[in-house]
Design a protein around this ligand. Structure first.
Ligand code: HEC
Ligand code: HEC
Length: 216
Protein backbone atom coordinates (compact mmCIF):
# COMPACT_ATOMS: atom_id res chain seq x y z
CA UNK A 1 0.00 0.00 0.00
CA UNK A 2 1.21 3.49 -0.84
CA UNK A 3 0.76 6.11 1.84
CA UNK A 4 0.56 9.78 0.86
CA UNK A 5 3.02 11.87 2.82
CA UNK A 6 2.24 15.35 1.50
CA UNK A 7 2.70 17.75 4.39
CA UNK A 8 -0.01 19.94 2.89
CA UNK A 9 -2.56 17.13 2.99
CA UNK A 10 -4.06 18.58 6.14
CA UNK A 11 -4.63 22.03 4.63
CA UNK A 12 -5.68 21.37 1.02
CA UNK A 13 -9.16 19.83 0.98
CA UNK A 14 -8.69 18.20 -2.43
CA UNK A 15 -5.34 16.66 -1.47
CA UNK A 16 -7.02 15.37 1.66
CA UNK A 17 -9.98 13.88 -0.24
CA UNK A 18 -7.77 12.04 -2.71
CA UNK A 19 -5.96 10.26 0.14
CA UNK A 20 -8.90 7.84 -0.03
CA UNK A 21 -7.77 6.94 -3.55
CA UNK A 22 -4.07 6.39 -2.83
CA UNK A 23 -4.16 2.76 -1.73
CA UNK A 24 -5.43 1.67 -5.15
CA UNK A 25 -4.23 4.42 -7.51
CA UNK A 26 -1.08 5.73 -5.80
CA UNK A 27 -0.82 9.14 -4.08
CA UNK A 28 -0.22 10.90 -7.41
CA UNK A 29 -2.44 8.54 -9.38
CA UNK A 30 0.66 6.81 -10.78
CA UNK A 31 -0.92 3.36 -10.42
CA UNK A 32 0.15 0.40 -8.30
CA UNK A 33 1.38 -3.12 -8.96
CA UNK A 34 -2.14 -4.48 -8.85
CA UNK A 35 -2.98 -5.71 -12.36
CA UNK A 36 -6.46 -4.29 -12.25
CA UNK A 37 -5.93 -0.81 -10.74
CA UNK A 38 -5.46 1.87 -13.39
CA UNK A 39 -3.05 4.79 -13.54
CA UNK A 40 -4.89 8.14 -13.45
CA UNK A 41 -2.02 10.65 -13.53
CA UNK A 42 -1.84 12.99 -16.52
CA UNK A 43 -4.99 11.76 -18.21
CA UNK A 44 -7.09 14.64 -19.58
CA UNK A 45 -9.28 16.18 -16.86
CA UNK A 46 -12.43 15.90 -18.98
CA UNK A 47 -11.86 12.16 -19.38
CA UNK A 48 -11.31 11.60 -15.65
CA UNK A 49 -14.36 13.69 -14.80
CA UNK A 50 -16.58 11.63 -17.15
CA UNK A 51 -15.38 8.45 -15.45
CA UNK A 52 -16.02 9.77 -11.94
CA UNK A 53 -19.55 10.80 -12.92
CA UNK A 54 -20.08 7.36 -14.51
CA UNK A 55 -18.97 5.58 -11.31
CA UNK A 56 -21.07 7.86 -9.11
CA UNK A 57 -24.15 7.31 -11.29
CA UNK A 58 -23.35 3.55 -11.55
CA UNK A 59 -23.03 3.50 -15.33
CA UNK A 60 -19.53 2.15 -14.73
CA UNK A 61 -19.42 -0.51 -12.05
CA UNK A 62 -16.77 -1.29 -9.47
CA UNK A 63 -18.40 -1.46 -6.02
CA UNK A 64 -15.61 0.16 -3.93
CA UNK A 65 -15.55 3.16 -6.30
CA UNK A 66 -19.34 3.33 -6.68
CA UNK A 67 -19.56 3.47 -2.88
CA UNK A 68 -16.79 6.07 -2.41
CA UNK A 69 -18.28 8.48 -4.94
CA UNK A 70 -21.94 7.92 -4.16
CA UNK A 71 -22.75 11.29 -2.60
CA UNK A 72 -20.08 13.46 -4.23
CA UNK A 73 -21.35 16.62 -5.96
CA UNK A 74 -20.14 17.38 -9.52
CA UNK A 75 -17.84 20.12 -8.25
CA UNK A 76 -15.99 17.72 -5.97
CA UNK A 77 -15.58 15.20 -8.80
CA UNK A 78 -14.26 17.95 -11.06
CA UNK A 79 -11.66 18.96 -8.46
CA UNK A 80 -10.45 15.38 -8.09
CA UNK A 81 -10.28 15.00 -11.88
CA UNK A 82 -8.24 18.23 -12.13
CA UNK A 83 -5.94 17.04 -9.34
CA UNK A 84 -5.03 13.76 -11.05
CA UNK A 85 -4.84 15.35 -14.53
CA UNK A 86 -2.21 17.78 -13.20
CA UNK A 87 0.01 15.06 -11.70
CA UNK A 88 2.95 13.93 -13.82
CA UNK A 89 4.88 11.20 -12.00
CA UNK A 90 7.12 9.15 -14.33
CA UNK A 91 5.55 6.29 -16.25
CA UNK A 92 6.39 2.84 -14.86
CA UNK A 93 8.90 0.68 -16.74
CA UNK A 94 7.13 -1.28 -19.50
CA UNK A 95 5.79 -4.72 -18.60
CA UNK A 96 7.73 -7.77 -19.73
CA UNK A 97 5.43 -9.34 -22.33
CA UNK A 98 3.84 -12.66 -21.35
CA UNK A 99 2.76 -13.44 -24.92
CA UNK A 100 4.70 -14.61 -28.02
CA UNK A 101 6.38 -12.18 -30.42
CA UNK A 102 3.81 -13.15 -33.00
CA UNK A 103 0.97 -11.99 -30.76
CA UNK A 104 2.86 -8.76 -29.96
CA UNK A 105 3.31 -8.09 -33.71
CA UNK A 106 -0.38 -8.63 -34.24
CA UNK A 107 -1.14 -6.13 -31.45
CA UNK A 108 1.31 -3.62 -32.91
CA UNK A 109 -0.29 -3.86 -36.37
CA UNK A 110 -3.84 -3.44 -35.05
CA UNK A 111 -3.01 -0.49 -32.81
CA UNK A 112 -1.01 1.42 -35.44
CA UNK A 113 -2.81 0.42 -38.67
CA UNK A 114 -6.17 -1.01 -37.62
CA UNK A 115 -7.83 -3.54 -39.89
CA UNK A 116 -9.95 -1.68 -42.47
CA UNK A 117 -11.53 -4.90 -43.78
CA UNK A 118 -12.95 -5.61 -40.35
CA UNK A 119 -13.93 -2.00 -39.67
CA UNK A 120 -11.23 -1.48 -37.02
CA UNK A 121 -9.61 1.99 -37.10
CA UNK A 122 -6.05 2.42 -35.85
CA UNK A 123 -6.15 3.24 -32.13
CA UNK A 124 -3.50 5.94 -32.57
CA UNK A 125 -5.84 8.03 -34.71
CA UNK A 126 -7.71 8.99 -31.52
CA UNK A 127 -5.34 8.09 -28.69
CA UNK A 128 -2.45 9.94 -30.37
CA UNK A 129 0.73 8.88 -32.15
CA UNK A 130 2.45 8.23 -28.78
CA UNK A 131 -0.76 7.01 -27.06
CA UNK A 132 -0.77 9.95 -24.66
CA UNK A 133 -4.44 10.78 -25.40
CA UNK A 134 -6.02 14.01 -26.64
CA UNK A 135 -7.52 16.90 -24.67
CA UNK A 136 -10.09 17.13 -23.27
CA UNK A 137 -11.60 13.63 -23.07
CA UNK A 138 -9.53 10.89 -24.77
CA UNK A 139 -7.26 9.04 -22.33
CA UNK A 140 -3.67 8.04 -22.85
CA UNK A 141 -3.13 4.27 -22.91
CA UNK A 142 0.34 4.22 -21.32
CA UNK A 143 1.25 2.94 -17.88
CA UNK A 144 -1.78 0.62 -17.77
CA UNK A 145 -1.53 -3.10 -17.04
CA UNK A 146 -2.50 -5.47 -19.86
CA UNK A 147 -5.16 -7.01 -17.68
CA UNK A 148 -6.83 -3.65 -17.05
CA UNK A 149 -6.82 -2.72 -20.76
CA UNK A 150 -8.25 -6.12 -21.72
CA UNK A 151 -10.96 -5.85 -19.06
CA UNK A 152 -12.05 -2.41 -20.30
CA UNK A 153 -12.25 -3.54 -23.93
CA UNK A 154 -14.22 -6.57 -22.75
CA UNK A 155 -16.59 -4.31 -20.78
CA UNK A 156 -17.38 -2.34 -23.94
CA UNK A 157 -17.85 -5.51 -25.95
CA UNK A 158 -20.32 -6.85 -23.38
CA UNK A 159 -22.03 -3.50 -22.78
CA UNK A 160 -21.11 -3.10 -19.09
CA UNK A 161 -19.07 0.05 -19.81
CA UNK A 162 -20.60 2.79 -21.94
CA UNK A 163 -19.67 6.38 -22.78
CA UNK A 164 -21.66 9.32 -24.20
CA UNK A 165 -23.30 8.54 -27.56
CA UNK A 166 -22.10 8.01 -30.14
CA UNK A 167 -19.97 5.60 -28.11
CA UNK A 168 -17.05 5.22 -30.52
CA UNK A 169 -15.21 2.79 -28.22
CA UNK A 170 -18.17 0.47 -28.22
CA UNK A 171 -18.03 0.40 -32.01
CA UNK A 172 -14.26 -0.17 -32.04
CA UNK A 173 -14.31 -2.84 -29.30
CA UNK A 174 -17.30 -4.52 -30.93
CA UNK A 175 -15.12 -5.40 -33.93
CA UNK A 176 -12.34 -6.92 -31.81
CA UNK A 177 -12.09 -10.64 -31.12
CA UNK A 178 -10.87 -12.07 -27.82
CA UNK A 179 -7.50 -12.72 -29.50
CA UNK A 180 -7.30 -9.11 -30.78
CA UNK A 181 -7.95 -7.82 -27.24
CA UNK A 182 -5.14 -9.96 -25.81
CA UNK A 183 -2.76 -8.78 -28.55
CA UNK A 184 -3.47 -5.02 -28.30
CA UNK A 185 -3.41 -5.09 -24.48
CA UNK A 186 -0.05 -6.91 -24.47
CA UNK A 187 1.52 -4.56 -27.03
CA UNK A 188 0.25 -1.34 -25.40
CA UNK A 189 1.48 -2.41 -21.95
CA UNK A 190 4.95 -3.16 -23.35
CA UNK A 191 5.53 0.41 -24.62
CA UNK A 192 8.30 2.54 -23.09
CA UNK A 193 7.54 6.10 -21.94
CA UNK A 194 7.64 8.70 -24.76
CA UNK A 195 9.76 11.87 -24.41
CA UNK A 196 6.57 13.94 -24.04
CA UNK A 197 3.82 12.17 -22.10
CA UNK A 198 1.27 15.03 -22.31
CA UNK A 199 -2.03 14.52 -24.16
CA UNK A 200 -2.05 16.19 -27.61
CA UNK A 201 -4.17 19.40 -27.96
CA UNK A 202 -7.90 19.26 -28.63
CA UNK A 203 -8.74 18.93 -32.33
CA UNK A 204 -5.19 18.02 -33.40
CA UNK A 205 -6.14 14.51 -34.63
CA UNK A 206 -8.55 13.74 -37.49
CA UNK A 207 -10.65 11.14 -35.70
CA UNK A 208 -12.05 8.33 -37.90
CA UNK A 209 -15.33 8.18 -35.93
CA UNK A 210 -17.27 10.69 -33.90
CA UNK A 211 -17.12 10.22 -30.12
CA UNK A 212 -19.87 11.68 -27.94
CA UNK A 213 -17.44 12.34 -25.10
CA UNK A 214 -14.93 14.35 -27.20
CA UNK A 215 -16.08 17.76 -28.50
CA UNK A 216 -14.73 18.60 -31.96
C1 HEC B 1 -10.36 -0.22 -3.62
C2 HEC B 1 -9.55 0.32 -4.71
C3 HEC B 1 -9.93 1.69 -5.26
C4 HEC B 1 -10.12 2.88 -4.57
C5 HEC B 1 -10.03 3.12 -3.08
C6 HEC B 1 -10.36 3.89 -5.59
N1 HEC B 1 -10.33 3.33 -6.85
FE1 HEC B 1 -10.61 4.29 -8.59
N2 HEC B 1 -10.55 2.52 -9.60
C7 HEC B 1 -10.31 1.29 -9.02
C8 HEC B 1 -10.47 0.25 -10.03
C9 HEC B 1 -10.27 -1.25 -9.82
C10 HEC B 1 -10.84 0.90 -11.23
C11 HEC B 1 -11.19 0.24 -12.56
C12 HEC B 1 -12.61 -0.28 -12.39
C13 HEC B 1 -13.23 -0.85 -13.63
O1 HEC B 1 -13.44 -0.14 -14.58
O2 HEC B 1 -13.55 -2.04 -13.63
C14 HEC B 1 -10.85 2.33 -10.92
C15 HEC B 1 -11.11 3.32 -11.86
C16 HEC B 1 -11.00 4.68 -11.62
C17 HEC B 1 -11.07 5.72 -12.62
C18 HEC B 1 -11.20 5.50 -14.11
C19 HEC B 1 -9.79 5.36 -14.69
C20 HEC B 1 -9.72 5.26 -16.18
O3 HEC B 1 -8.62 5.39 -16.71
O4 HEC B 1 -10.74 5.06 -16.82
C21 HEC B 1 -10.94 6.91 -11.99
C22 HEC B 1 -10.93 8.29 -12.61
C23 HEC B 1 -10.79 6.62 -10.57
N3 HEC B 1 -10.81 5.25 -10.38
C24 HEC B 1 -10.63 7.59 -9.58
C25 HEC B 1 -10.64 7.31 -8.21
C26 HEC B 1 -10.69 8.32 -7.18
C27 HEC B 1 -10.73 9.83 -7.43
C28 HEC B 1 -10.68 7.67 -5.98
C29 HEC B 1 -10.73 8.26 -4.60
C30 HEC B 1 -11.86 9.12 -4.30
C31 HEC B 1 -10.62 6.24 -6.27
N4 HEC B 1 -10.61 6.07 -7.63
C32 HEC B 1 -10.56 5.24 -5.32
C33 HEC B 1 -9.97 1.06 -7.70
C34 HEC B 1 -10.08 1.99 -6.68
C1 HEC C 1 -12.68 7.20 -32.78
C2 HEC C 1 -11.73 7.45 -31.70
C3 HEC C 1 -11.16 6.24 -30.98
C4 HEC C 1 -10.53 5.14 -31.55
C5 HEC C 1 -10.29 4.84 -33.03
C6 HEC C 1 -10.10 4.32 -30.44
N1 HEC C 1 -10.46 4.91 -29.24
FE1 HEC C 1 -10.18 4.12 -27.36
N2 HEC C 1 -11.17 5.70 -26.53
C7 HEC C 1 -11.76 6.74 -27.24
C8 HEC C 1 -12.48 7.58 -26.31
C9 HEC C 1 -13.28 8.83 -26.67
C10 HEC C 1 -12.32 7.01 -25.03
C11 HEC C 1 -12.95 7.51 -23.72
C12 HEC C 1 -14.35 6.95 -23.56
C13 HEC C 1 -14.95 7.31 -22.22
O1 HEC C 1 -15.17 8.49 -21.96
O2 HEC C 1 -15.18 6.38 -21.43
C14 HEC C 1 -11.50 5.83 -25.20
C15 HEC C 1 -11.09 5.00 -24.16
C16 HEC C 1 -10.32 3.86 -24.32
C17 HEC C 1 -9.88 3.00 -23.24
C18 HEC C 1 -10.15 3.17 -21.76
C19 HEC C 1 -8.88 3.61 -21.06
C20 HEC C 1 -8.99 3.61 -19.57
O3 HEC C 1 -8.10 4.19 -18.92
O4 HEC C 1 -9.94 3.04 -19.02
C21 HEC C 1 -9.15 1.99 -23.81
C22 HEC C 1 -8.46 0.83 -23.10
C23 HEC C 1 -9.12 2.22 -25.24
N3 HEC C 1 -9.85 3.36 -25.52
C24 HEC C 1 -8.45 1.42 -26.14
C25 HEC C 1 -8.51 1.57 -27.53
C26 HEC C 1 -7.91 0.64 -28.47
C27 HEC C 1 -7.12 -0.59 -28.08
C28 HEC C 1 -8.20 1.11 -29.73
C29 HEC C 1 -7.85 0.49 -31.07
C30 HEC C 1 -8.22 -0.91 -31.26
C31 HEC C 1 -8.96 2.34 -29.55
N4 HEC C 1 -9.13 2.59 -28.20
C32 HEC C 1 -9.43 3.12 -30.59
C33 HEC C 1 -11.64 6.96 -28.60
C34 HEC C 1 -11.12 6.07 -29.53
Amino acid sequence: MIVATQAEAGTDPVAERVLACASCHGAQGQGTDDQYFPRLAGKPAGYLYHQLVAFRDKRRKYPPMNYLLEFQPDESLRQMADYFASQHPPLPPPAAPTVSNEVLDQGHALVTQGDPQRGIPACERCHGPSFTGMEPAIPGLLGLHARYIAAQLGAWRYGTRTAAAPDCMQIVAGHLTEADVTAVAAWLSSLPAPANALPVPQGSLAMPLKCGSEPN
